[in-house]
Design a protein around this ligand. Structure first.
Ligand code: FRU
Length: 627
């Protein structure tokens, strides 16, 4: 803690019994009323006040005045004794003076020395692990993808966003748009935390018939307003509409549109969709360990229909972020099935958060699952795939976007300017597996082929011992794709992505156990400073699976993840490597596996190996990827 707390002490006054201390810096006047309130007055404000952040500090509360009536205090970790980075607060323009109220930051904190105003905020990337081709916020924290919707040639990706720090907090809906799911343009946040609460996850639709009375083809967002109440009704469903193609939203004055009838505490992440047979709307809300269905004609009044899900999937769990999609079986449109996507945290098979799905029937009122509650199907077998939901209004295509992290360590990954990326958008399809059950495949959207900037066709070869490909690309920035067909032929066989520091990611087929594995135990940085969480694999099953492939027990991050495959067959592997992640797709996405990695230097070599010397690699192609 800093002791000398003001730059230029101008005065010390006794106000209402409290010691009030004033200082001036540039055109900022700071008035500390003890440790509970600091009033910052700014004459002729520039565009921003830049607040110094230290992630280990406690949260203070910040509010800018004059503002809008719905503006609320934002939680900000103002620097106590070290400035790690700055976050900008926009200042009101043309008002002559702006006032910033800051609560609960000690008067002797270091931030008061470093606080500043500016007309610019530098967003140039300064992070080593900024992905090259995955979507990230330019600064600040991101979690779930929200309100995915396609309209007039644009894919809208809204996301859980904290503009005031790179850890979870102050949930807004951040916003990016893309014409091709590959190049993303960053826009201003679309919906801001307000007096009703944080803007939690939800969905967006194009209201083609104009059911809500805001006009035909209006974009409407549905989200959960969340209050930090220890107990009681803290989650309600709200709506907001946009008449400028999703850039800005007006919150509906009649909010909330739905409250839980039984005061449930966990009641969130509304998914709204058009139900064609009845020409009206459905909403699914995750309600603790259930999904609740509602129907509506006008999107404002919702009638409870049914619930589904208690006892399904690993226990214990918490249902979050539902999606509900209809897909043809094996491409046959005369056989349509409904699929319920359920994100759970905790309960994932390798600990923390993961995405499962259930296939069944829907009669407009009630979902019936084809399988027993203990049958769990994972949409992705890696540790960093969560809160996955799909775009609305994309016709026959079902395109999902995952958040690429895990709640076990998401707040502590080794970066600060921003935290978290989205995994590649995936196209979902239903296929019949060898056991005659229905499964979802999740393959990278075909648009990702546009990322290929340079191709190295490396042909076919037998892996009798090992085979290396060093120096894959000159100036490799860490973004490439490896495609091949691998026949393990009775042993363990696969490849390692390597760098010159001995760090590696091992991807292999284990014929004895019939599984495909991605092991990141030695991938680079695998423990995040002092803040590494204690081991938190949630269930005995997750622990057992983890022990089966991970040699070196370290923490929730340094591990291998695996999925069952038929090891007697050759498999097509598609591996997307970026700064900070590796995504594996087997046989067109029949297995998807997404894991974060933080190598100290980009991987730039491949080492193939075969335990019994009988493996075969066919059609090896390596692509340098870029935007
Ligand atoms: C899932 C989740 C959602 C919630 C949001 C809050 O990751 O917990 O259920 O709406 O994150 O940021």
């Amino acid at each position: 803690m800093k002791t000398n707390f003001v730059n230029l002490a101008l005065g010390l006054t006794l106000a209402a019994g409290a010691v009030s201390c004033q200082s001036q810096k540039n055109n900022l006047v700071l008035e500390h009323q003890g440790d509970t309130l600091t009033v910052v007055r700014i004459a002729n404000p520039s565009k921003y006040i830049l607040l110094p952040i230290q992630e280990s500090s406690n949260e203070g509360q910040v509010k800018v005045e004059p503002g809008n009536p719905a503006d609320t205090y934002m939680d900000v970790r103002l620097a106590t004794d070290q400035v790690e980075y700055y976050v900008p607060f926009e200042l009101p323009q043309g008002a002559g003076e702006a006032t910033v109220l800051i609560r609960n930051v000690a008067a002797n904190a270091l931030c008061w020395d470093s606080i500043k105003v500016s007309d610019t905020f530098d967003t140039t990337n300064r992070e080593k692990f900024r992905p090259i081709y995955h979507h990230t916020p330019i600064y600040g924290w991101m979690n779930d993808a929200n309100g995915l919707v396609y309209k007039d040639g644009e894919y809208h990706l809204y996301f859980q966003y904290n503009p005031y720090g790179s850890m979870w907090g102050n949930m807004h809906w951040g916003h990016s748009v893309s014409k091709d799911l590959v190049h993303w343009e960053h826009l201003d946040p679309a919906i801001a935390r307000d007096t009703l609460g944080h803007i939690f996850s939800g969905s967006a639709i194009v209201d083609k018939p104009g059911s809500a009375g805001f006009g035909e083809n209006t974009m409407i967002a549905f989200y959960t307003s969340h209050k930090n109440l220890a107990k009681g009704q803290r989650e309600i469903q709200c709506m907001a509409y946009s008449t400028d193609n999703g850039r800005t939203y007006t919150k509906y004055e009649g909010n909330p549109v739905l409250t839980p009838f039984d005061g449930l505490e966990n009641f969130r992440d509304p998914k709204v969709f058009w139900y064609e047979p009845e020409q009206n709307w459905r909403m699914i809300v995750s309600a603790d360990k259930n999904m609740r269905f509602y129907s509506s004609k006008d999107l404002k009044n919702w009638e409870y229909l049914s619930e589904w899900g208690a006892g399904y999937g690993p226990q214990p769990n918490q249902f979050e972020c539902p999606d509900f999609i209809q897909l043809p079986v094996d491409g046959d449109k005369s056989k349509m099935k409904w699929v319920m996507i359920v994100n759970i945290n905790p309960g994932f098979v390798y600990g923390g958060s993961g995405t499962m799905y259930f296939v069944g029937e829907f009669d407009g009122k009630q979902f019936t699952c084809d399988t027993k509650p203990n049958v769990v199907k994972w949409l992705d077998w890696g540790k960093d795939h969560y809160a996955t939901v799909c775009f609305s209004n994309t016709g026959d295509r079902v395109i999902a976007v995952p958040w690429m992290s895990n709640w076990q360590y998401a707040n502590y990954t080794p970066m600060q300017q921003f935290r978290s990326a989205n995994a590649l958008p995936r196209e979902l399809n239903l296929y019949t597996g060898a056991d005659k059950q229905l499964y979802l495949s999740a393959a990278p959207v075909k648009e990702t082929e546009a990322l290929r900037k340079e191709t190295k066709a490396m042909g076919d070869f037998d892996v009798t011992e090992e085979k290396r490909f060093d120096n894959l690309f000159e100036n490799n920035d860490g973004a490439f794709e490896v495609d091949l067909e691998l026949a393990a032929n009775g042993g363990e066989a696969g490849l390692e992505l390597q760098n010159t520091l001995g760090e590696k990611v091992k991807i292999y087929v284990d014929s004895k156990e019939g599984r495909v594995v991605m092991d990141r135990a030695e991938s680079g940085i695998t423990a995040f400073g002092e803040r590494v969480e204690p081991h938190m694999l949630d269930t005995e099953e997750s622990y057992a699976r983890y022990k089966q492939v991970t040699v070196d027990y370290k923490n929730d991050f340094a591990l291998g993840t695996w999925a069952p495959v038929d090891a007697k067959k050759a498999h097509k592997l598609q591996i997307f490597v970026d700064n900070g992640s590796v995504e594996l797709f087997v046989d067109g996405g029949q297995v998807a596996m997404t894991n974060l990695v933080f190598p100290n230097e980009p991987y730039n070599a491949l080492r193939f190996y075969s335990e019994n010397g009988k493996a075969k690699v066919t059609n090896l192609n390596v692509y340098k990827l870029g935007l």
